[in-house]
Design a protein around this ligand. Structure first.
Ligand code: ZN
Ligand code: ZN
Length: 139
């Protein structure tokens, strides 16, 4: 098997990052915030240890936004709008990287679906047998 991808970036190429260790877990989120943020029915992300994350270039392009009601800060490229990663502002070791941001196959596969109680009515949740949670999933 090929080595898991540990590098990635945004759509315009301005932002580049790498992980010092491959991601080990991933999941889908069906919440309404993720729907608005991504333009799709779900957001899919790999959980990582923030201490393994290195921003290589484009720091000036990385914009964070946090919902007024709280939650992780969502980071995106302000040039091209690509969603990149999220981080717990109270514990930077808790991070997720958007699966779409990796250059290649990060190796890990989604193994849970959170906030399925809020799933988009226009896209059925696939019957893929992975664990579902009505609300969130504690880290
Ligand atoms: Zn960009
Ligand atoms: Zn979500």
């Amino acid at each position: 098997m090929a080595q898991p991808s540990t590098t990635g970036g945004c759509l315009c190429g301005g932002v580049r990052f790498e992980l010092t260790r491959p991601a080990e877990a991933a999941g889908y989120c069906h919440c309404t915030r993720c729907q608005r943020r991504t333009g799709g029915a779900t957001s899919v992300q790999a959980r990582i240890d923030g201490r393994t994350f290195r921003l290589l270039q484009g720091e000036e392009l990385v914009q964070a936004w946090r919902h007024p009601d709280g939650g992780f800060e969502k980071y995106f490229c302000r040039e091209c709008g690509a969603q990149l990663f999220s981080r717990n502002p109270d514990d930077p070791a808790q991070m997720s990287v958007r699966m779409s941001a990796f250059d290649g196959d990060p190796g890990v596969r989604p193994s849970w679906r959170t906030f399925v109680a809020y799933a988009a009515p226009w896209e059925p949740i696939p019957d893929d047998g992975i664990e579902r949670f009505e609300e969130g999933l504690a880290r």
